[in-house]
Design a protein around this ligand. Structure first.
Ligand code: 5GP
Length: 191
């Protein structure tokens, strides 16, 4: 085992801001390990269990909560999402960059626990642009898009919070252009 300590990178931001695309690019690097979250939401077309998410029943998820298996977990749009605790310790001990893609409530929990890392907020250029992206994605029903837009407005405000004496995010990157955003985030992680 390497003695080099790895680094936690938290990528957060509203649904549709582009954080999944940013993470998809970062995951290609051999020194990056991506955190596969658990969720109770239904699998979308093209998603694979154990790769995109661990898809769990609500009962199974809640059992894992009671067993303290999650580093953080939150309810988002009626579904539960959580980061399994153990992969991070192993990845960091191996000197890897451990990449976690989560929403704002989960980020707040990590900050409250004083977990060190680079906390990045990916912001949309505007709420109108975000709505347009969610509509283009096509995998969400209109009511769900409306709810995700409402949540996005809340998340953009919450991102400015100070938690346990530190800003919730170290940096906000506005995603006008995906390639430029990826380069900017890479520059933050590997300066
Ligand atoms: P989606 O349903 O679009 O895949 O994800 C909905 C939201 O949940 C996104 O903002 C995503 O980043 C967030 N999310 C995914 N996994 C986790 C997790 O393990 N914990 C938390 N707190 N949020 C997560």
């Amino acid at each position: 085992m390497s003695t080099k300590k790895g680094k936690l990178v938290v990528i957060s931001g509203p649904s549709g801001a582009g954080k999944t695309s940013v993470c998809r690019a970062l995951k290609q690097r051999p020194d990056v390990e991506f955190s596969v979250s658990a969720t109770t939401r239904l699998m979308r077309q093209g998603e694979r269990d154990g790769i995109d998410y661990h898809f769990l029943t609500r009962e199974d998820f809640q059992r894992r909560v009671s067993e303290n298996q999650f580093l953080e977990w939150a309810s988002y749009n009626g579904n539960l999402y959580g980061t399994p605790r153990w992969p991070m310790d192993t990845a960091l001990a191996h000197g890897k960059t451990f990449l976690v893609e989560i929403e704002v409530k989960g980020t707040r929990q990590l900050r409250e626990r004083g977990i060190p890392g680079l906390y990045v907020f990916i912001a949309p250029p505007s709420i109108d642009e975000l709505r347009a992206r969610l509509e283009r994605r096509g995998s969400n029903a209109p009511a769900e898009i409306q709810e995700r837009v409402r949540l996005a407005e809340e998340e953009v405000l919450a991102a400015r919070e100070v938690v346990a004496g530190v800003p919730m995010y170290d940096v906000t990157v506005t995603n006008h252009d995906l390639e430029a955003t990826i380069r900017e985030v890479e520059g933050l992680i590997w300066p």
